[in-house]
Design a protein around this ligand. Structure first.
Ligand SMILES: NC(=O)c1ccc[n+]([C@@H]2O[C@H](COP(=O)([O-])OP(=O)(O)OC[C@H]3O[C@@H](n4cnc5c(N)ncnc54)[C@H](OP(=O)(O)O)[C@@H]3O)[C@@H](O)[C@H]2O)c1
Length: 314
């Protein structure tokens, strides 16, 4: 099968031909039609290269995908051959990823049947970013009419979170580097700030003198991006899937730092499916490229330059 993989560390990943995997007990074999790009793809590759996570080589990249079940191992009960499925396929040992024609995964992961009428490309863009956005909005727990700053809003998680929050009547203040106001407003944001513009925080404070009710920090750095905690009101919640779980705590101003660690589940996926099927949630695919362009797609993801989700067709 064709796969985008690292043959042996420290070589870079490349397109190669690998044997088709065989599902073990409790596993499904999925013929993938598409995978989507997540920062976790290259972060996991780095962890594997550093020997920090259990993995196999060749190491096939990718955690999100969508396709059709082509085989089932002993004991599989949730899926049958021919089912259309989408989900997050990450499991240890890592390296049996979705940037490939076929992948195997335990059926117990956050994998569900693909909603009717959704093609594999868009379906592959939902799992990690959609589930993280939903879990984050749940965890931050704002009510209708309250304000939420989303930093790094134009990315995958931000594009889902903006829609999910604004569907609940939460007023989303989106911030991203660059001219993305029209895009973010289409997703439901009621205000947009270009965070690459010098002086944007002054304008922001002018618009929100006492601060917003909460923030969701999605900027791909290890610590909270500077403005997050300083732009919210006293006692606000700042949620982030980027900060380490150990970073939780409360600051002098009573601001609660809430690390968000995704626990993928079929119930999160099924809630997303219901929102997509009802037309309330648009899958924010902004770029679709062939698997042969995976290296370029990863390079853009590393720089946080992509908007919405990038899909690799296989
Ligand atoms: N802990 C978990 O369970 C979990 C789950 C899912 C995601 N995550 C993490 O959450 C973050 C957001 O995920 P995502 O899928 O939304 O990622 P994404 O689509 O790449 O968006 C991340 C945003 O971060 C900013 N960014 C990224 N790299 C940057 C760089 N080199 N310099 C400056 N800004 C940069 C950009 O903000 P602008 O919009 O301002 O340009 C970008 O839009 C990622 O770090 C991801 O690994 C964690």
């Amino acid at each position: 099968m064709r796969a985008f993989a690292v043959k042996a560390f420290p070589s870079p990943p490349e397109l190669m031909d690998l044997p088709k995997p065989v599902p073990g007990p409790g596993e499904i074999l999925v013929h993938l039609g598409a995978a989507s790009v997540n920062p976790m793809d290259w972060k996991l590759t780095g962890l594997a290269e550093g020997g920090l996570v259990p993995h196999v080589v060749p190491f096939v990249l990718g955690i999100d995908g969508a396709g059709v079940v082509e085989g089932v191992g002993d004991g599989v009960s949730r899926f049958k051959i021919g089912d259309g499925v989408f989900g997050q396929f990450a499991h240890t040992p890592y390296g049996t990823g979705t940037y490939a024609e076929f992948t195997t995964a335990p059926e117990t992961l956050g994998i569900s049947k693909t909603p009717r009428g959704i093609y594999t490309g868009p379906a592959s863009a939902v799992p990690t970013a959609g589930m993280t956005a939903l879990a984050a909005v749940d965890a931050i727990g704002l009510r209708k009419g309250q304000t939420l700053l989303i930093q790094g809003a134009k990315g995958g998680v931000g594009s889902f979170a903006t829609q999910i929050a604004s569907n609940l009547g939460i007023l989303v203040v989106a911030a991203s580097r660059g001219d993305h106001g029209t895009y973010m407003r289409k997703l439901g944001a009621y205000e947009y700030f270009d965070s690459s513009r010098i002086g944007w925080t002054r304008d922001y404070r002018g618009a929100h003198p006492s601060g917003v009710d909460a923030a969701l920090d999605l900027v791909g750095t290890e610590s909270l991006s500077d403005p997050s905690a300083s732009l919210v009101r006293d006692g606000a919640v700042v949620g982030s899937p980027v900060v380490a779980p150990g970073a939780s705590g409360t600051t002098e101003r009573g601001i609660r730092i809430l690390p968000i660690q995704l626990q993928p589940s079929t119930s999160l996926l099924d809630r997303l499916s219901a929102e997509i099927s009802s037309g309330r949630l648009r899958i924010p695919v902004e770029s679709t490229v062939p698997l042969s362009e995976a290296a370029e797609a990863i390079s853009l993801s590393r720089q946080g330059l992509g908007r919405g989700k990038t899909v690799l067709t296989i």
